[in-house]
Design a protein around this ligand. Structure first.
Ligand code: AMP
Ligand code: MG
Length: 194
């Protein structure tokens, strides 16, 4: 069975760009790696039951519904483990109208059974700017303080995940303008868990 690596980062941290580069680098180095986006998996599950929800509307759905689809997505993703490194692109928590909803609660992380967790961070000023600029997503209006609190909450929930699974957590800084450093650090760690 291949290994599973969870990669998280608060919105605006540059996670998607880092992951795109990671896929290219892995290919160059002939490392069998596959990336699966947790939100997309949830969306696809909803779509197959006739529910078309925009990815940025998912967090606004009824919490019970989010939890049910979340668990279904985790089960589906855990079945994708194969003879490659399965990288799961997700979130430590999701801001909902009723508070911080864990992206990796016990029932999800036990299904995924990761070898390693990566938390991507960036300078809070850069994150705030990226959130403001990003026209491709329906981001909620957020202040610098919200971003700082998201970073703090990300670390706390990451620590909880480490305790629940025994998997190590590393915090990777995605410096503005040089995502290659973050990609290299992640790829080097992936090589250790293959
Ligand atoms: P993303 O494109 O990675 O920002 O994810 C889009 C949306 O998918 C998020 O805003 C959440 O609503 C949902 N999502 C992603 N990962 C999880 C998770 N582990 N648990 C619950 N919802 C998730
Ligand atoms: Mg993203």
């Amino acid at each position: 069975m291949g290994s599973l690596v969870i990669i998280t980062g608060t919105p605006g941290v540059g996670k998607t760009s880092v992951l795109n580069k990671l896929a290219k680098e892995a290919e160059k180095e002939k490392i069998a790696l596959r990336i699966v986006n947790f939100g997309t998996t949830m969306n696809n599950l909803l779509e197959s039951s006739g529910n078309n929800v925009h990815r940025d509307e998912l967090r606004k759905q009824n919490l019970g519904k989010q939890k049910a689809v979340q668990l279904e997505a985790a089960k589906l993703i855990s079945k994708m483990k194969n003879h490659y490194v399965l990288v799961v692109d997700t979130h430590m928590f999701i801001r909902t109208s009723v508070g911080a909803f864990p992206g990796l609660p016990e029932y999800v992380i036990k299904e995924l059974d990761p070898s390693m967790l990566v938390l991507i961070e960036a300078d809070p000023e850069d994150i705030t700017k990226r959130r403001e600029k990003d026209q491709t997503r329906k981001r909620d209006a957020q202040t610098f303080q919200d971003v700082e609190s998201d970073l703090e909450w990300g670390r706390k929930t990451a620590a909880a995940c480490a305790i629940m699974t025994g998997a190590p957590v590393s915090i990777i800084n995605n410096e503005e303008g040089s995502p290659d450093n973050a990609v290299k650090q992640i790829l080097d760690m992936i090589k250790e868990v293959i």
